[in-house]
Write a protein that binds this ligand. Structure first.
Ligand code: ADP
Ligand code: MG
Length: 252
């Protein structure tokens, strides 16, 4: 990765408060293009608050957020065009077919129905769900629903995908499958991904990691490098040393 490549996502000195409660405190980090970057933090660390700022659900008043160099406050159309998002809460309409869920979303992005169906079919094929297009969303497993949400988030061909705790509620096999699916999108499509989780075992050695704790970024870097730097046994051990979070508070 060349140092001059424009980051997929650049967060600079971002803070956010809910009344007197400081949820994010001078947060800065980057997601390199074509990387799998994990935003790792316990419940309450500020992960979803950061998502709300990047997606403009909340106005980012303190600090700067750029998506491929486009500032989300000054060039929102340009910035959001390059962004796909999968929120933590499930957002499929269960009574619609899988394809209808995709087509309606594409219409919001200004795609005509022919183009929407073409892109929907190709996105479902990539997700391994080509044969489920006409099934009601209700008929899918939790992991399959997540993959449809990812397919939907990619319909307008963004270059950056944010996922907020996408594996919550999935069983072990579905979690592993979903992780593998998104890692493959990074490899084959050179998508920049920001994957939010509190689950240490979702981090791989070569991932970029951002450790967020109580609203502050305490460490960033390649997972294996962080482990080495702290002389830790693994990334879970490094996380405990960096955050001071003891094992009991540690989510399994
Ligand atoms: P995470 O997603 O990492 O679990 P959040 O961003 O949801 O963390 O929360 C960060 C902090 O902000 C927590 O202390 C949480 O209680 C607080 N918080 C989140 N949303 C709100 C809100 N709408 N109003 C007040 N406080 C909030
Ligand atoms: Mg959250």
């Amino acid at each position: 990765m060349s140092k001059t490549a424009t980051p997929a996502l650049a967060i600079r000195d971002v803070s956010h408060s809910y009344g007197a409660r400081r949820a994010l405190d001078h947060v800065s980090f980057e997601v390199p293009p074509g990387s799998f970057t994990v935003l790792l933090g316990l419940n309450g660390a500020g992960k979803s608050t950061l998502f709300s700022l990047v997606t403009r659900l909340y106005a980012a008043r303190e600090g700067e957020i750029d998506i491929f160099g486009a500032n989300i406050m000054r060039q929102p159309g340009e910035a959001l065009r390059r962004l796909g998002v999968v929120f933590q809460a499930r957002t499929l309409d269960l009574e619609l077919s899988v394809m209808q869920n995709l087509v309606y979303h594409a219409a919001l992005h200004g795609l005509g129905s022919f183009e929407a169906r073409r892109r929907g079919a190709s996105a479902l094929a990539r997700a391994g769900l080509a044969d489920r297009a006409n099934d009601k969303a209700r008929a899918l497993s939790g992991g399959q629903m997540r993959r449809v949400e990812i397919a939907r988030a990619l319909l307008h061909a963004p270059r950056l995908l944010l996922l907020d705790e996408p594996t919550v509620g999935l069983d072990i096999k579905a979690r592993a499958d979903l992780l593998a699916h998104v890692r493959q999108l990074v490899d084959t499509e050179k998508l920049g991904v920001l994957w939010t989780t509190h689950l240490i075992d979702e981090v791989a050695d070569n991932d970029q990691v951002v450790i967020l704790h109580r609203g502050r970024v305490l460490e960033t870097g390649r997972a294996a490098d962080i482990v080495g730097h702290y002389g830790a046994a693994d990334i879970g051990d490094a996380f405990s040393r960096i955050t001071g979070a003891d094992e009991e508070k540690f989510p399994a």
